[in-house]
Design a protein around this ligand. Structure first.
Ligand code: NZQ
Ligand code: ZN
Length: 388
């Protein structure tokens, strides 16, 4: 096992009807800005619960944060914060609203002139420097509710960039699994796929003799395989919903990646597909991951075979056969969730995509992705071509 440090300061408040806890979790004298998306929270009662809980607080609102949160929109919120002397942010939504809030938290306390630097130059927000914020999660998927990362879109230049740092963890996050009742099926499919792939990014690398981390990862994968189809069939199945929600959080709150190598190349390549074609984040992962596993088969085959045995129950055949079987099972699982795994199934304009993405990586100087940092722009080209 590798050496590591681990600190996750986010307080999780999990369970039925826990939104009421906002009344005491948000500091009494705070000037609060509630941030939300396109309005789902106004239809499903979440907004009413938030407003009721904060009835004795000073509250302002900012709605309209898009899926794949837009830089320009978020900058409007930063201006509002200055106008209204806001000092506490409350994200109410899915990954996009929470990520957007992290960017706003960083931008509101950023001393430079150009907030885009936070994304372009990967300026990491130091501990304690972001404006404090809490979250009410409405969509289990990204893990953003318990991590300090964010992904921000800028459509005008077709860029989607990652950011984060130790000063950008939510102070608290409220997880009421009942919020999934109103999720469109497509978003539940996305959530299962995103969380599943988060685990694979931190698990399908090479053996690091980290027995517990491997079993944490396998436990999340097995649980998602068990409860995913149940939540799709009946989102009001609380037992399934609560397990699904906690899996998504645990998949990306930093715990399972400690002491082990991590990959993340699937995510970095896949973000480009959202930037170029607006494809849902989770679906871009399902497009790239299988090709990446095939392309980096030699690097990954030991862990693929372990995944085959322990998660998919494939016990016969050579190591290579098991490893191949695991990739096939992963694709079948995505298909079972009705997630398509080929770029050409999402856009007719896929020709040339590999070249565009490889060139972008070259221009950004991204010379080595993956757990061995050996995925160069030429390899990115091959992986994307295999995904058409
Ligand atoms: O905008 P509203 O009206 O709220 O509707 C949203 C949105 O249209 C809707 N929704 C959310 N909760 C709902 C609901 N509809 C009905 N009932 C509810 N309870 O769902 C739609 C999608 O929401 P979004 O927040 O975009 O989805 P998700 O949570 O999947 O977030 C995706 C974003 O997170 C980033 C992705 O790149 C993408 O931009 N990620 C963030 C990560 C992180 N911070 O760690 C890691 C991930 O890998 C990912 O990159
Ligand atoms: Zn993801």
């Amino acid at each position: 096992m590798r050496d590591f440090e681990f600190k996750n300061p986010t307080k999780i408040i999990f369970g039925k009807n826990k939104i009421a806890a906002l009344a005491k979790e948000v500091p009494a004298n705070a000037r609060v800005l509630i941030l939300y998306g396109g309005g789902s929270i106004k239809k499903n009662g979440v907004y009413d619960q938030v407003v009721a809980a904060l009835k004795d607080h000073h509250v302002e609102e900012f709605g309209g944060i898009e899926p794949n949160p837009e830089y320009e929109t978020l900058m409007k919120a930063v201006r509002l914060i200055r106008e209204k002397s806001i000092n506490f942010l409350l994200a109410v939504g899915g990954g996009s609203v929470i990520d957007g809030t992290k960017f706003i938290s960083a931008a509101a306390t950023h001393s430079g002139d150009n907030a885009w630097d936070i994304l372009e130059k990967s300026i990491r927000t130091e501990e304690g420097k972001g404006m404090p914020f809490g979250a009410v999660l409405t969509l289990p998927a990204t893990g953003s509710e318990m991590n300090s990362g964010a992904v921000i879109n800028r459509s005008e230049i077709k860029e989607k960039r990652t950011m984060g740092g130790p000063g950008l963890f939510p102070v608290f996050s409220i997880l009421d699994p009942q919020v999934i009742h109103t999720l469109p099926l497509r978003q539940i499919q996305n959530g299962i796929t995103d969380a599943f792939t988060h685990v694979l990014e931190q698990y399908l690398t090479y053996p690091a003799h980290a027995y517990l981390q491997d079993r944490f990862a396998e436990g999340i994968l097995l649980t998602l395989i068990e409860v995913g189809p149940r939540v799709l069939k009946d989102p009001t199945d609380y037992e399934a919903a609560s397990n699904f929600m906690w899996c998504c959080t645990m998949a990306l709150n930093g715990l399972i990646q400690k002491g082990v190598p991590t990959d993340w190349a699937t995510h970095m390549i896949a973000h480009e597909l959202t930037a170029l074609y607006g494809i849902d984040h989770a679906r871009t992962l399902a497009i790239i991951a299988p090709s990446l596993y095939k392309y980096k088969f030699e690097n990954k085959k030991d862990k693929l075979a372990q995944y085959a045995e322990r998660v998919w129950g494939i016990t016969s055949g050579s190591l290579e056969e098991k490893a191949e079987g695991a990739i096939d099972q992963t694709v079948s699982f995505f298909h079972q969730l009705e997630i398509k795994t080929r770029l050409s199934e999402y856009t007719d304009h896929y020709q040339g995509t590999a070249k565009i993405i490889a060139k972008r990586f070259e221009e950004r100087g991204w010379q080595g992705l993956g757990e061995r940092r050996d995925i160069k722009p030429d390899d990115v080209y091959q992986i994307v071509e295999m995904s058409y």
